[in-house]
Write a protein that binds this ligand. Structure first.
Ligand SMILES: [Mn+2]
Length: 299
């Protein structure tokens, strides 16, 4: 399927992205969908907000010592959606992801609400049967069903666990959920849980056995503390700050990250605009993490 049937690319694109994907190794698309959002809707405006503010960022990241100018990535635009049914949206996300991976582009998906990760995983497990997942999130997202919808954003990780043959999700920073979800996390030794205040060394030791596994990273932006990122539908106090993210992403640059998503930005909730900047800077870090060609030190 040609990409113009799948994506609307008439809006803004992420800064510095190439117009043609032929020489690219990374592909971005947006999903302007917030149909199951339970508290405050607005994440459908996330992809455009991230692209609009991306122009304000530098291309160089001193922490990773990488520069976007040296990376070839393609922004396909946002998925054309003609349904509000969550399952239909997830199938569309799967098609979009398949388009990218069939063209050897590592996927970066901009949400939209968290349910969209399910479609990405559906596509990726066919190519990477030993895929594992890392989740940065305030919420467990392990409900079996929420508001009569098994594809609600509150059920994302439960669905992904069913899809992953490895049954392995590493959950970092979960601080909100039901008693049942916390019992699942406690009793299921396939799930590895980290807390606020855990050292990066602890994370490194626990990730070590997965050094050669393909890893999908899902970043629910409510993982960040609401004082840094208030622009999200279900903010949770007690979250993480930029340096925590930098430490984790620095570590993940030594692993095999093959795709990622950045979800749950609700830009209009935050009149300061800082939430969109944090989301765009997160996206920049992830483009750099997926790129393997600039691993050598720039200077
Ligand atoms: Mn989530």
């Amino acid at each position: 399927m040609i990409y113009k049937n799948l994506f609307n690319n008439e809006g803004p694109v992420f800064m510095g992205s190439k117009k043609n994907f032929s020489n690219c190794s990374i592909g971005i698309f947006g999903v302007n969908y917030d149909g199951t959002t339970s508290f405050k809707p607005g994440t459908r405006f996330g992809p455009t907000a991230i692209r609009n503010v991306s122009e304000s960022l530098e291309t160089y990241c001193p922490f990773l010592n990488k520069d976007l100018n040296l990376i070839n990535y393609f922004d396909a635009g946002s998925l054309k959606l003609n349904s509000s049914n969550t399952h239909a949206i997830i199938k569309k996300v799967k098609s979009g992801t398949n388009f990218l991976i069939n063209n050897n582009l590592k996927p970066i998906i901009l949400g939209g609400e968290h349910s969209i990760s399910i479609g990405v995983i559906e596509a990726l497990v066919e190519k990477y049967p030993d895929l594992i997942m890392i989740q940065l999130d305030a919420h467990a997202d392990l409900r079996n069903s929420y508001q009569n919808n098994k594809y609600s954003h509150a059920c994302t990780i439960r669905r992904c666990l069913e899809l992953l043959p490895s049954k392995k999700v590493i959950q970092i920073g979960i601080r909100s959920g039901t008693q049942e979800e916390f019992a699942v996390m406690k009793n299921n030794n396939q799930l590895i849980k980290f807390n606020t205040g855990d050292s990066i060394l602890k994370i490194q030791n626990l990730l070590e056995p997965f050094k050669n596994h393909p890893i999908y990273l899902t970043v629910d932006l409510d993982w960040f503390d609401p004082s840094l990122l208030p622009g999200t539908g279900t903010p949770e106090p007690g979250g993480f700050f930029w340096h925590d993210f930098e430490n984790i992403i620095g570590l993940l640059n030594t692993f095999k990250i093959i795709g990622c998503d950045i979800v749950e930005l609700s830009p209009d909730i935050d009149s300061s605009g800082i939430s969109s900047i944090v989301a765009a800077k997160t996206t920049r870090s992830l483009i750099m993490t997926l790129d393997k060609n600039t691993l050598k030190e720039l200077f």
